[in-house]
Design a protein around this ligand. Structure first.
Ligand code: ZN
Length: 64
């Protein structure tokens, strides 16, 4: 039974690492999906569809 007690903190650690990995993957996927947004007319950079200000050149979008 002592072996299980020794393994438990490692299992918790690996669980935490795997959760962090999943969060990182979700963030990466959402950023890839945001690429399909709109194009800034000033700097020609892709910004999220609902963005009001360009994050690259601070251009203010008139629409929505
Ligand atoms: Zn811009």
């Amino acid at each position: 039974m002592t072996e299980i007690k020794l393994l438990l903190p490692w299992m918790l650690l690996w669980g935490l690492i795997s959760i962090l990995c999943i969060v990182a993957i979700i963030k990466a996927v959402s950023s890839i999906l945001a690429i399909g947004g709109k194009k800034c007319p000033m700097c020609k950079s892709r910004v999220p569809k609902n963005a009001k200000i360009c994050r690259y050149c601070q251009y203010k979008f008139e629409d929505n």
